[in-house]
Design a protein. Sequence first.
Length: 64
Amino acid sequence: MRIVVVLFLIAILVSLGSALTFLLRDKGRGPRVVRALTLRIGLSIGLFLLLMIGFATGFIPGRL
């Protein structure tokens, strides 16, 4: 599970970096920045849902 979470975080950072690259290259005029940021939001929501499901099913143990 840790590997999946780390892979999600890396994908989120790569998407954010590509959005910055597109922003600097296109000066914010192209649709690529919006697509990269939309992908980042989708990955973030997916990671959040994955963590919630893992916690609810007991796959991720809760510790106090």
